[in-house]
Ligand binder design. Structure first.
Ligand SMILES: CC(=O)N[C@@H](CC(=O)O)C(=O)O
Ligand SMILES: [Zn+2]
Length: 313
């Protein structure tokens, strides 16, 4: 990235991938990517090579999140640099293959953008997930999408936490964009969720086309929700869950949770309040896939990021 005046000059985004089925039971991404593999009319853009791709075909076939280990946690430097083969879990071998096809991660040959399509059982609506607050291309894309879909809304989750960040499939690309749409049960297709995902992708690809054509995007600000803390369910000495998300919190993703507000409800009816020190914005509330990760929800803090003006180099 170089600066002329205050405009960042960035290389164009010629190679773009759309991943569905990173988790085999999140059906909107699976259906959209399979549709686009058959007929790519919707995703053609001038001057951009766009590849729709099923990331975890074995998990899709079985309609499970993963076969042996979570593919969206597998793109660690250790996994990607390991040599050998058969002794590794299927998803680790698949991560190495994806890294060869779309990476190598961190190299100049890597794909420019990877969109990774997910569904959540939480009531999160349309959420775009970023991994860096310093990626001005992605911040400008967020601003573009938010304006384009208005008055509908989509929120930006920033997962830049030193301990809570994980090694995603999309992190192979120079610009990683997660798209999380819910609520939708695992293994289920809902037309409204499918449609919301399709429309966001349409605007995202429009942004890339305009950028490649030389449009300058002026400075802007983007509201993001930065991942702050992971909250587990209350458990007994045997690690069994003893409470559920409180009815006042259930489905209230992105709404402020204040100290003292009800958070969990025990099986015998007692309320457990939130005891943090300030207002937070919970999300991924009661996500089905996160029971095994000991996570009832994640708290976020709202902040405003400044994006510099950008233009193709
Ligand atoms: C429900 C779900 O799978 N969420 C994604 C979020 C992401 O892509 O960062 C995950 O845990 O990998
Ligand atoms: Zn997922």
């Amino acid at each position: 990235m170089s600066f002329h005046g205050s405009t960042a000059r960035l290389s164009e985004a010629r190679r773009v991938a759309i991943f569905g089925g990173t988790h085999g039971n999140e059906m909107s991404g699976v259906a959209l990517v399979n549709l686009w593999i058959k007929n790519s009319d919707d995703i053609q853009r001038r001057g951009v090579d766009i590849k729709p791709f099923i990331a975890n075909p074995k998990a899709v076939e079985k309609c499970v999140r993963y076969v042996e280990t979570d593919l969206n946690r597998a793109f660690t430097p250790e996994n990607l640099s390991a040599s050998g083969g058969d002794e590794f879990p299927y998803e680790v071998r698949r991560a190495q293959e994806i890294n060869r096809m779309f990476g190598p991660k961190g190299s100049p040959e890597a794909y420019d953008v990877i969109f990774d399509l997910h569904n959540t059982t939480s009531n999160m609506g349309c959420t775009l997930i970023l991994e860096s607050s310093k990626d001005h291309f992605n911040l400008q894309m967020m601003n573009y999408i938010k304006k384009a879909i208005s008055p509908a809304s989509c929120l930006v989750l920033l997962n830049e936490h030193p301990l809570l960040k994980y090694s995603t499939c999309r992190s192979v690309a120079k610009h990683a964009v997660g798209l999380e749409v819910g609520p939708q049960p695992q293994g289920v297709l809902r037309s409204n969720i499918f449609e919301a995902m399709r429309v966001i992708l349409k605007h995202a690809l429009d942004f890339i086309e305009l950028f490649n054509e030389g449009m300058e995007f002026p400075p802007c600000t983007v509201e993001v929700f930065r991942v702050n803390e992971r909250i587990d369910y209350p458990r007994d000495a045997n690690r069994n869950i003893i409470a559920m998300v409180h009815p006042n919190l259930q489905d209230c993703d992105w709404e402020p949770l204040n100290p003292g507000d009800p958070m969990f409800q025990t099986f015998d009816g007692k309320t457990i309040p939130y005891q943090g020190s300030c207002t937070v914005y919970p999300t991924f509330i009661n996500e089905a896939a996160y029971y095994e990760k000991q996570q009832a929800f994640v708290t976020t803090r709202r902040e405003t990021l400044a994006a510099s003006s950008i233009r193709k180099a």
